[in-house]
Design a protein around this ligand. Structure first.
Ligand code: DX5
Ligand code: ZN
Length: 219
């Protein structure tokens, strides 16, 4: 069942020199999750942040800390992100040979496990994983950078995954990430997404605009 729409601002578009304040500001503005984009300059062309930053942010918020790992390999770092205070750890099957092992490890650490699919990766990839996971993240841009345009073809994939999730009868978040704004959000929600990641669209205009920006995404 599609859950209520939740907004997960990607702090990739926040002011990195004031991250604690930024996280408090999005919480006050009505955000549901804090989406943390971890990039290694190897799996994706960009480098961002690691577990130390998650640890530093943890005391600043009670929101769900939703950590999106765009790193290869991911397994050696799962424990560190869990200890740092992540609530959800999302990994890419394209980033390593043993996605099921990664999921098992995340659950063994007592965290929610997510699987993220790149735009070129089919929904079918989830066939033998769906019963074990708590979140599916559909990338609606190629991972690596904020501010890219929404790839409309991903809507079909979201529809297919919504059906797969509903068949399980379990509560699994269906998250869409990349190019989400007030114009693209309604189509993503109509296709079945219930968690919207938004970096550019949340943080544009600075802290006084965050509440209106987040409200606009909910439609
Ligand atoms: C891309 C990241 C996204 C990205 C979203 O690799 O996973 O979370 O920051 O940024 P916007 O909302 O600006 O497309
Ligand atoms: Zn992300």
């Amino acid at each position: 069942m599609q859950g209520p729409v939740r907004i997960a601002p990607s702090i990739l578009s926040a002011d990195f020199a004031r991250l604690g304040e930024e996280v408090r500001a999005i919480a006050a503005a009505g955000a549901d999750y804090v989406h943390v984009d971890v990039m290694d300059g190897h799996f994706v062309p960009n480098i961002t942040i690691g577990p130390m930053v998650v640890k530093a942010l943890r005391p600043h918020t009670t929101l769900v800390m939703d950590v999106h790992l765009m790193i290869s390999p991911a397994d050696p770092y799962l424990d560190a992100f869990a200890e740092a205070g992540a609530d959800i750890l999302t990994v890419h099957p394209e980033a390593g040979p043993h996605i099921h092992r990664s999921i098992q490890r995340i659950k063994g650490l007592g965290k929610k496990a997510g699987v993220s699919l790149n735009p070129g990766t089919p929904a079918k990839m989830l066939d033998y994983l769906i019963e074990d996971i708590d979140l599916v993240l559909v990338m609606s841009v190629n991972p690596g950078f904020g501010g890219q345009s929404f790839i409309t073809a991903q809507l079909k994939k979201i529809e297919a995954i919504r059906k797969m999730i509903d068949k399980t009868g379990r509560q699994i978040d269906l998250q869409v990430d990349g190019g989400i704004d007030a114009l693209t959000a309604p189509a993503a929600i109509a296709a079945g997404a219930d968690v919207l990641v938004a970096g550019t669209a949340t943080f544009k205009g600075g802290p006084t605009a965050y509440a209106a920006n987040i409200a606009a995404l909910r439609g």
